[in-house]
Design a protein around this ligand. Structure first.
Ligand code: FAD
Length: 313
């Protein structure tokens, strides 16, 4: 979200923007996992569950997405909660399509040569670029920044992300409960009937997120064991036996959420190096969008100042 929000601002200014993402498809921490079952394809929004919109500019963006039918309010949470439709990553897919993002491209390192940036990828290099922007979670951004700008790296090192173990369960029948959402019960921080979100089709599916302290304590545990523990926690919470799941797995987000350093975005105009992401503003989709937009505006100011009459470019 942060990288695309930044790209939107820069592309609006007529700049040529290239994006590389190591993920197989659009989403980042707004990803959706699709898994085939004998009863149809189950989908799981296994990162962000919903997002809120309070900033007037983000509200405008959400309003435009709603008019185009790619987001909808999830009233079971509250009137200010939004989800991508039909899946959470639809919004990211839509934004990514404007910029032709290269997926499956892991940027391994950045190199600055003669004032131009070059990216080392697994299968070659990309560049030269005038500006490099890192829109990865704090711990991953810190690795790249530490070789280029120590002050920026120090900010990234200050932001500590908590992990989140997430259980994904599908069933061949609806679970016998009217609750679609469970919050803060035993080791569960959040559990939701994914298939009850607006615009969803497919079999009964549940996402169960362990709380941060349990996730941290069990960060290196075996995926199959975690999946069993989270299913047991859901069963205990619902208070009755569950049908055998057709899918039972778990995903570990090693860098799920960070509280935000309060910087909004980082920009070194001399080096042409920027960083954006939720870790600079707060652990929310909206914060990631605001961080990206803010960085885009800072870069635009620099570019406009450099091309003003009488300035050296
Ligand atoms: C389990 C979970 C639940 C959450 N629930 C909510 C919620 O209910 N509401 C809410 O508002 N927010 C929630 N969040 C937080 C929200 O998902 C994030 O704040 C937001 O999506 C972060 O966006 P971002 O662009 O900063 O980072 P990301 O979405 O992480 O994007 C970073 C991108 O960088 C790519 N990348 C990283 N390193 C490299 C590299 N070296 N080369 C190439 N690409 C790279 C990644 O593939 C990724 O696509 C949740 C997050 C998690 C994990």
């Amino acid at each position: 979200m942060a990288g695309l929000a930044c790209a939107d601002v820069l592309a609006d200014q007529g700049l040529d923007v290239w994006l590389f993402d190591k993920g197989r498809g659009p989403g980042g921490r707004m990803s959706t996992r699709r898994i085939s079952t004998p009863f149809g394809e189950a989908t799981f929004d296994h990162g962000a569950q919903y997002f809120t919109a309070r900033d007037p500019n983000f509200l405008k963006a959400v309003d435009a997405w709603e008019r185009r039918g790619i987001v909808a309010p999830w009233l079971a949470v509250d009137a200010a909660a939004w989800v991508g439709v039909p899946t959470m990553n639809t919004v990211i897919g839509d934004m990514a399509s404007r910029h032709g993002v290269a997926f499956g491209k892991h940027v391994q390192s950045l190199e600055s040569l003669n004032d131009k940036w070059h990216f080392k990828l697994e299968d070659g290099t990309a560049g030269p670029f005038d500006i490099a922007i890192i829109a990865a979670p704090a711990e991953q951004a810190a690795t790249h920044l530490s070789l280029q700008d120590f002050d920026m790296a120090r900010v990234a090192l200050r932001a500590r992300s908590m992990p989140c173990w997430t259980g994904l369960f599908a069933f061949n029948q609806r679970l016998a409960t009217e609750q679609d959402i469970i919050r803060d019960r035993s080791i569960i921080a959040w559990a939701a009937r994914n298939s009850a979100k607006p615009g969803r089709e497919g079999p009964e599916s549940w996402v169960v997120q362990a709380n941060p302290s349990w996730s941290e304590l069990n960060c290196e545990s075996d995926q199959a064991i975690v999946s069993r523990v989270l299913l047991d926690a859901l069963r205990a919470e619902l208070g009755h036996a569950l049908p055998e799941p057709t899918i039972a797995t778990a995903h570990r987000w090693r860098f799920a959420m960070s509280n935000g350093t309060g910087d909004l975005a980082l920009w070194n105009s001399e080096k042409g190096l920027g960083a954006c992401g939720d870790w600079l503003h707060g652990p929310r989709v909206e914060s990631a969008w605001l961080s990206g937009q803010f960085l885009g505006q800072r870069i635009t100011e620099t570019v406009n100042a450099a091309s003003a009459p009488g300035m050296l470019v």
